[in-house]
Design a protein around this ligand. Structure first.
Ligand SMILES: Nc1nc2c(c(=O)[nH]1)N[C@@H](CN(C=O)c1ccc(C(=O)N[C@@H](CCC(=O)O)C(=O)O)cc1)CN2
Length: 287
């Protein structure tokens, strides 16, 4: 049996800006004229804002690094914003967790099974309960307790670790501390959070108790980029599940776990595959 030749590295561009005629043709021709092979292209126009969004993935004929810079300059000359990633450069991910383990353990298992095109480089927790399972997966575990008086110092230690590990993405797998605006401004990478409600409903603490008190018939989970405003960042993925009057808070928590695990995993995978474009406080997801 012929061993499949390793896939050639691809470039993935996410671009957006004021719409103008011929943008799709211009980006496609630029790649074609350089003997590139477009593998995926998807675009969207926000009619209200007149903004054009595109994700384009191609095999570059030439050296990827040079082509990456040249394509970026070409797109910027069209008045567009662009980010370009190489499929063979895996983003480095840090996991933040507290005590609640279902999203964390599920994420580790999916990572071990190769579900995420990323390098998982460390775990940071404000508690110690999940050290053993982290080390079972062969990952470094950093315990940084966070108290009202020590929050600034704790966050400085977290930022130093993220820089030491050269982290490209922080995933909060039910990390129960609110990250400050300074942290988000200095951590040097995006942060994805899983919130255990169908946002914007029931933001903040104890969303399942809030949902039960309100008597909702659907519960949900939301994966979003963290901003300084709690549970208010651009939403990447959501899902819901029906509930009824017979369900206790305990039932809602149990039913919600499965939603949280799958919604977080899907959102992180889309981010790592460079399928998510943030625009204002919203996202365009080219799935
Ligand atoms: N800057 C942000 N930080 C965090 C976000 C976010 O959206 N932006 N999401 C939270 C996660 N979360 C809900 O999804 C959440 C976590 C914690 C709390 C909360 O009230 N925490 C208390 C302390 C609780 C404790 O010590 O156990 C607090 O921080 O005072 C609400 C919602 C993660 N961080």
């Amino acid at each position: 049996m012929n061993a499949a030749s390793p896939a050639k590295p691809t470039l993935v561009a996410l671009l957006h800006g004021p719409d103008q005629p011929g943008l799709v043709a211009k980006t496609a021709n630029w790649i074609y004229e350089r003997d590139g092979n477009i593998l995926h292209a998807d675009q969207h126009r926000d009619d209200e804002a007149g903004i054009f969004f595109q994700r384009i993935e191609w095999e570059a004929a030439g050296a990827t690094e040079g082509e990456k810079e040249d394509f970026s300059s070409f797109v910027k000359a069209l008045g567009m914003k662009v980010s370009i990633a190489q499929s063979n450069v895996l983003p480095r991910v840090a996991l933040f967790v507290s005590k609640i383990e279902h999203c964390f353990v599920d994420f580790l298992a999916r990572w071990k099974m190769g579900d995420f095109p990323a390098e998982l480089v460390c775990v940071i927790s404000n508690h110690t309960e999940l050290r053993s399972i982290t080390e079972y997966y062969g990952l470094p575990f950093h315990h940084i307790p966070v108290g009202k008086e020590t929050k600034k110092e704790a966050e400085n230690s977290q930022v130093s670790l993220l820089r030491d590990y050269k982290v490209d993405l922080v995933v909060m797998a039910r990390y129960m501390q609110v990250l400050s605006a300074d942290f988000l401004a200095t951590c040097g990478c995006p942060v994805i959070n899983i919130h255990h409600s169908f946002l914007p409903a029931f933001a903040g603490a104890k969303p399942y108790h809030q949902a039960h008190s309100r008597g909702v018939k659907l519960i949900g989970a939301t994966a979003h980029y963290a901003t300084a405003v709690l549970d208010d960042g651009p939403i990447i993925q959501q899902d819901v599940s029906p509930v009824n009057h017979r369900h206790s808070v305990r039932d809602l928590v149990r039913r919600g776990r499965d939603l949280e695990k799958s919604v977080l995993a899907q959102a992180v995978r889309w981010h790592l595959e460079h399928r998510v474009l943030v625009y204002g406080n919203k996202t365009v997801v080219f799935d």
